[in-house]
Design a protein around this ligand. Structure first.
Ligand code: ATP
Ligand code: MG
Length: 262
């Protein structure tokens, strides 16, 4: 089981878009069993998958704070076979307060996922911030995907994530935690975007995703209709780019497994 976190503390870098659509591609095209865990109070994974998260009787908060609740109790099936969702909503904002006195508060998610079986992929969608929730995500994940929007402040958030990965490796003994892929997103042919892309290439010669997710309005439209790109516009340029990114994620995991088995 690959546990992959989509993280960038900067907002609007396509974390949710990638978690949901790559998850849906793996489920639909590859028949993988995929669980998307939404850890953002915005509840955008649910919204992107057409799930009314305000009505959800149990959410990721119950999973994180209630010892008797496990993933099957909160995971909802979606319109796509093989794709499940642990939804989130505003209630998740109470998490830090509810567990403030728990010595294991940083490992709540890890504890719930370590007992989990039956999925090929667990994809963790992060909020655009750092704090107790993101520490839980880092500790529960084996792999990190960092989507970087090709905008002026993009490299900032990216550097923060890499610093945190290093801290997790050193401070929490997560030696295996690795950045699997840095994905350039919201790419447009501008001088600034090209400049940032060139910088990313030099910083991440190994991990930079070969496909930059270009700006494509169908991706935005799909989300506003609560559908994945594969349902809404499977022949669009957006679908083509997301498929290339999904394929690369799949291949990189296989390479990683071979390296660690060697
Ligand atoms: N390739 C794209 N082309 C056009 N719009 C896109 C593309 N990818 C994502 N978007 C839109 O950009 C917005 C931000 O994307 P998304 O919600 O995935 O980012 P995020 O990193 O999860 O944001 P947050 O930090 O708020 O959680 C959304 O409205 C989404 O529909
Ligand atoms: Mg998001």
């Amino acid at each position: 089981m690959r546990r992959i976190a989509f993280i960038n503390e900067k907002g609007g870098t396509c974390k949710t878009t990638l978690a949901v659509n790559l998850g849906a591609w793996l489920a639909r095209e590859k028949g993988k069993k995929v669980l998307v865990v939404d850890l953002d109070t915005q509840g955008h994974c649910g919204k992107s998958l057409g799930v009314d998260v305000r009505q959800a009787s149990r959410t990721v908060l119950d999973l994180l704070v209630s010892p008797e609740v496990s993933v099957p109790d909160v995971a909802l099936s979606t319109a796509l076979p093989n794709l499940w969702l642990v939804p989130s909503n505003k209630s998740a904002a109470d998490f830090p307060l509810l567990v403030a006195s728990h010595p294991d508060r940083e490992r709540k998610l890890e504890q719930k996922l370590s007992a989990l079986e039956g999925y090929d992929f667990v994809l963790l969608d992060s909020p655009p911030s750092t704090g107790l929730v993101t520490t839980n995500i880092f500790l529960a994940a084996d792999e990190i995907v960092v989507p970087v929007a090709l905008t002026y402040l993009a490299l900032d958030g990216c550097a923060e994530v890499l610093g945190t990965v290093q801290r997790m490796q050193e401070q929490y003994g997560k030696a295996d935690l690795a950045v699997t892929m840095v994905v350039p997103t919201l790419y447009r042919r501008t001088a600034l975007a090209e400049e940032i892309l060139a910088k990313l290439r030099s910083y991440f010669p190994e991990t930079l995703c070969k496909t930059a997710l270009g700006f494509n309005v169908k991706i935005d439209e799909a989300q506003s209709h609560g559908r994945t790109i594969w349902e809404y516009a499977p022949k669009s340029k957006g679908a083509e780019m997301l498929e290339a990114i999904a394929r690369e994620l799949l291949v990189r995991g296989e390479k990683r497994r071979k390296v660690s088995a060697a």
